[in-house]
Write a protein that binds this ligand. Structure first.
Ligand code: ADP
Ligand code: MG
Length: 357
């Protein structure tokens, strides 16, 4: 009888890995400071992967090693299965978009976009056709004859993208490319970037310190802390099921309850993370629903955020709880709950993420 192989461990609903980019045991030291520590990372072909983390966590260093601008101190880097650890940047099938765009000010938009092809010695006719196609991809074919200073910030950002895409890299590296844009334009560009990536089908590795941006754009998010990946998964996985306290806190607000209080509530001492939108606020005298756990408390602060209202509830049980309610129902009503109100916070333990260890 032939034994069947055990099922592969569940890896969520992220794309299957076929190794557009593989980092194995990659470490980068600057003198005696280690910026990136023994990193393992597999990025699938056509995937949109974000590297998310606070400033100084090593994101740019990883990107620069993939591009070849920085040598790994140890470990290996493969692109589509080919070892490029010692390959110079220009010979790698990758291209980089930087935050400051770096367009040539004295060249027209068409000349800027076609620059890389000219350097490669591509003929004028095919160059013109590809520049037009590339400008169409970023929906800016009508500005071909302008100079960079005649474009808005968002348009310049899209030109930088077109200039990188025209070389048809296997992998596009983007280092905080929307960081210089104001919030409204950034949100619009996020949607466009995602559409463009889907259309061209190129693997994107996108660096950001903005959690909302990473969640919005990515197939998967790698959360960086101190030169390591703390967790990698789909946006939903890292947000709903953080594996560490750092991830729970970095990706938005979280209530962390552990130790004696957790044991009293659920019979388990391990720390759980409950998102504020999972917390129900009810009258102090009301009973929670079947299966819910609850704590009595008093509202200390009420914060109106536009789409939602946030309540800070002190429970006196060793935990202050943040609860959030959408302002969905009656926009004209004042918050029904106010400071000093006696309430009860309730949640379903199944809606909490248990942090291992
Ligand atoms: P991030 O992009 O996440 O903000 P970086 O990768 O730029 O972080 O930097 C990670 C750490 O490595 C930081 O502490 C930074 O100061 C350090 N670092 C980066 N480049 C160099 C360098 N060329 N020399 C020395 N230290 C560096
Ligand atoms: Mg950086």
């Amino acid at each position: 009888m032939i034994a069947t192989a055990p099922a592969a461990p569940a890896v969520g609903d992220g794309p299957k890995t076929d190794g557009a980019v593989s980092l194995t045991g990659v470490t980068k030291s600057f003198g005696d400071f280690t910026a990136v520590k023994d990193l393992e990372l597999e990025v699938a072909s056509g995937e949109f992967l974000s590297m998310l983390g606070p400033s100084g966590s090593g994101k740019t260093t990883v990107l620069r090693m993939i591009a070849g601008f920085e040598d790994a101190t140890s470990g290996s880097i493969r692109l589509s299965g080919v070892d490029v650890t010692r390959t110079p940047p220009h010979a790698r099938p990758v291209n980089t978009v930087f935050q400051d765009y770096a367009l040539f000010p004295h060249l027209t938009i068409a000349e800027n976009v076609g620059y890389g092809l000219r350097v490669r010695g591509e003929g004028r006719t095919s160059r013109t056709a590809r520049v037009t196609q590339s400008l169409e991809q970023v929906r800016l074919d009508h500005v071909a004859d302008r100079l960079p200073h005649q474009l808005s910030g968002g348009q310049r950002q899209r030109i930088a993208l077109a200039r990188a895409l025209i070389l048809r890299p296997q992998v596009l590296l983007l280092d905080e490319p929307l960081g210089a844009l104001d919030k409204q334009l950034r949100e619009q560009m996020q949607i466009e970037l995602k559409q463009i990536q889907r259309e061209v089908g190129i693997t994107f590795i996108f660096v950001t310190h903005d959690q909302e941006e990473a969640l919005t754009l990515s197939d998967r998010v790698a959360v960086f802390n101190n030169g390591r990946i703390e967790q990698i998964g789909t946006a939903r996985e890292v947000y709903e099921y953080p594996q560490t306290e750092f991830v729970a806190r970095f990706l938005g607000l979280s209530n962390l309850i552990g130790g004696d209080l957790a044991e009293d509530l659920t019979g388990d001492r391990s720390t759980m993370s409950i998102r504020p939108e999972r917390i129900r606020l009810i009258d102090r005298e009301d009973a929670p629903e079947d299966g819910e756990v609850s704590l009595a408390g008093t509202i200390r602060e009420v914060v109106y955020t536009g789409p939602a209202t946030r309540y800070l509830v002190s429970t006196g049980a060793g935990a202050d709880i943040i609860a959030e309610r959408p302002n969905a129902h009656d926009p004209s009503a004042r918050a029904a709950l106010g400071r000093g109100d006696h309430v009860r916070v309730a949640w379903t333990p199944g809606h909490a993420a248990r942090l291992p260890g």
